[in-house]
Unconditional design. Structure first.
Length: 75
């Protein structure tokens, strides 16, 4: 049953949802990184540094660009 449902899922629509989510992540990481709030946070017990935030920003930017390409430009 799950296999049949997954065949009906439009992959372009999933990519569009991923575009929205990655855009939200990009904005939040950019704004929080600029405000300096990340220096006070911890993730899994490790302090979040500006370099780790930059790596996360790059990751979400790549996801955003690939998702936009797949959602609207690739047929």
């Amino acid at each position: 049953m799950l296999k049949r449902h997954l065949k009906q899922v439009n992959k372009h629509d999933v990519a569009k949802v991923l575009v929205g989510f990655s855009a939200s992540e990009l904005i939040s990481h950019f704004v929080l990184g600029m405000s300096g709030l990340f220096t006070q946070l911890q993730t899994l017990g490790l302090p979040v540094s500006s370099s780790s935030n930059m790596i996360i920003l790059i990751f979400w930017a790549i996801v955003f660009v690939v998702s936009v390409h797949f959602a609207w430009f690739k047929k």
